[in-house]
Design a protein around this ligand. Structure first.
Ligand SMILES: Cc1cc2nc3c(=O)[nH]c(=O)nc-3n(C[C@H](O)[C@H](O)[C@H](O)COP(=O)(O)OP(=O)(O)OC[C@H]3O[C@@H](n4cnc5c(N)ncnc54)[C@H](O)[C@@H]3O)c2cc1C
Length: 554
């Protein structure tokens, strides 16, 4: 496939002006980051720390920082992995809560951007539409459209870094729900939660069984008359404390710069172990999860129907509930789970395949996301379109046949940021290495014989719907990362930068390293790019100890 079409902007904009594409003289930066979410802000901070001589800018389609953590505003929105691993490696998470609400995470990203001075380098309301690589000039020419004025903007860069998340922002996924038009109540998708939505005393049905549904149900149950979670099939649900006792103790006795990496490694290792155990001994993990759920549900509860998936743990993501809040809402009768199929919507609710009628004033369609790779941008390399689905991810972050390009696709089995940090660190190592050797171009080349596999190894519906349109991965490194953080960390931070799968070269007519700087661009060292030391070894992983963590994806 080609890169997917760009979804319409989240706010209305006038039609593109006739000058669309014509453009003024391009601004140039060394590195252009797309997206000012958790990953894009992290990438910019890493660049400042590790490549202080590089100029950069961030193009962001929306008007704010934070991405996911600004977009999603539904009741109870929170992390479902611990913040010591969802936080950045370089900035301690200091709040008491290990599982944090959306607002706190958004504030953390904003404060990080501010503290590192990268917020001044964001161009808001710039949606990147396309990028075209020229090997002759060793440059990307990037076209963006302003989402506020529809103006076309052209920039050039030496390296393009897509930190644009993994799903469409303009609309979530809603399957065909039979008879939905008959329903006279209100239907809401969690991705477009109305800010003034009052559901006090209402009968609510949440359709879905993923992380969003299990978050919404206990949160809405606090005010609603009753909340029913309607699922076709169950998920694995694991309760974890919202505070991390071991980390609290570490933080009491040690300064943040020591306690935080210890907590981060502890939780990363535990989550990795949990995942490995699920893959190697699924029966053991199934029994453990079932036992945990049974202990928190009322006596005689049908655990197997509502909490006993047919697949193995981590074939789809696990759902984490802090302090067992979902189980508690079921215990106190404010929420219930129904496992059944929708026959049809009626005027006043939903008729199920079993013949039962569920009454509802409000139906929340927690039915998922629409995956979208690299923010919907289209790529061209020396005049040829790049079909994303034909590319193979090199080290989980560059694409075969696409020079000077990286993308951040976080882990699915542990916190996103663990991998986002590794990708940024690797990009910085790579840029410094190229400067030191006088290279301008770096291109992964996949052998024709390389066996290709889906890049996301999950059976969840939202993955299966789109995984064929995404880049592929190979069976082994460097064409694969292993969803194993300690192993990947060693490989990405210390592993070789040059191998048989990647070509480094010099451009025939490379433009000067730094062009006309954009307003507010960092160019601390304008002398020569050789001055960027490879500081990757500074981030050596500390050793670690003790308990809990699990993670999940929407
Ligand atoms: C509700 C929810 C909860 C989650 N909870 C967790 C969790 O607890 N733990 C975990 O590890 N993961 C979680 N995830 C996954 C989560 O998305 C990541 O943790 C992380 O926030 C992703 O950050 P990102 O910056 O890569 O992408 P995003 O947060 O999606 O940010 C991408 C940014 O890029 C911008 N953008 C996109 N396309 C373009 C374009 N063409 N031009 C310009 N800008 C563009 C977007 O506007 C956005 O600001 C959750 C996801 C969701 C939806």
């Amino acid at each position: 496939m080609r890169s997917q079409p760009v979804p319409p902007p989240e706010q209305d904009v006038p039609a593109p002006s006739p000058s669309h594409g014509s453009a003024q003289p391009a601004d140039h930066v060394d590195v252009l980051i797309v997206g000012a979410g958790l990953s894009g802000i992290g990438a910019a901070c890493h660049l400042r720390r590790r490549c202080p001589g590089k100029t950069f800018a961030i193009l962001e389609a929306r008007g704010t920082i934070g991405g996911t953590w600004d977009l999603f505003r539904y009741p109870g929105v929170r992390s479902d992995s611990d913040m010591f691993t969802l936080g950045y490696s370089f900035r301690p998470w200091t709040d008491p809560q290990a599982i944090a609400d959306g607002d706190s995470i958004r504030r953390y990203i904003l404060q990080t951007a501010h503290e590192h001075g990268v917020d001044q380098h964001i161009r808001f309301h710039h949606r990147v539409l396309s990028a075209e690589w020229s090997s002759e000039h060793a440059r990307w020419t990037v076209e963006a459209q302003r989402t506020d004025t529809a103006e076309s903007v052209v920039l050039t860069c030496g390296f393009l870094f897509a930190c644009s998340g993994y799903y469409r922002y303009d609309q979530g996924y809603t399957p065909q729900l039979p008879g939905i038009d008959r329903f006279t109540g209100r239907i809401v998708h969690p991705q477009q939660w109305p800010s003034d939505f009052d559901y006090t005393g209402k009968k609510v049905v949440v359709v879905g069984s993923g992380a969003t549904a299990v978050t919404l149900v206990p949160a809405m149950a606090e005010k609603a008359a009753h909340v029913t979670m309607l699922q076709r099939s169950p998920s694995y649900v694991v309760s974890l404390p919202s505070r991390d006792g071991v980390t609290d103790a570490l933080r009491r006795w040690l300064p943040p710069r020591v306690a935080y990496p210890l907590a981060r490694w502890k939780n990363a290792l535990i989550a990795t172990l949990f995942f490995q155990l699920s893959r190697r001994a699924p029966g053991v993990m199934k029994a453990l999860v079932r036992k945990g759920a049974t202990a928190q549900l009322p006596a005689g509860y049908d655990v197997d129907t509502h909490f006993g998936p047919r697949y193995n743990p981590w074939d789809q993501r696990l759902c984490l509930v802090p302090d067992g809040d979902l189980f508690q809402a079921i215990r106190n009768g404010r929420a219930s789970i129904v496992t059944d199929h929708i026959e049809t919507f009626t005027e006043h609710g939903i008729r199920l395949a079993s013949g039962t009628d569920l009454e509802a004033d409000i139906v929340v369609t927690a039915t998922g996301l629409n995956l979208l790779a690299i923010g919907g941008m289209s790529l061209r390399v020396d005049g040829a379109d790049v079909e994303l689905s034909d590319t193979v991810a090199y080290k989980g972050m560059m694409l075969s046949g696409v020079p000077n390009f990286a993308l951040t696709l976080g882990y699915t089995n542990v916190s996103w940021t663990l991998k986002a940090d590794l990708v940024s660190q690797y990009v910085c190592r790579l840029l410094n290495h190229m400067d030191q050797r006088g290279y301008q171009i770096c291109t992964p080349i996949a052998p024709d014989t390389l066996q290709r596999q889906p890049i996301i190894d999950l059976q969840s519906g939202y993955v299966l719907r789109s995984v064929n349109e995404l880049p592929k991965q190979g069976p082994a490194t460097p064409w694969r990362l292993h969803q194993n953080y300690p192993r990947d960390a060693l490989f990405m931070r210390r592993g070789p930068l040059q191998d048989a799968a990647v070509q480094f070269s010099r451009a025939p007519t490379a433009a000067p390293a730094t062009g006309s700087p954009l307003p507010g661009l960092i160019n601390i060292n304008t002398q020569e790019s050789f001055s960027c030391a490879d500081t990757s070894s500074l981030a050596a992983p500390p050793s670690s100890l003790a308990p809990p963590a699990a993670s999940a994806r929407r």
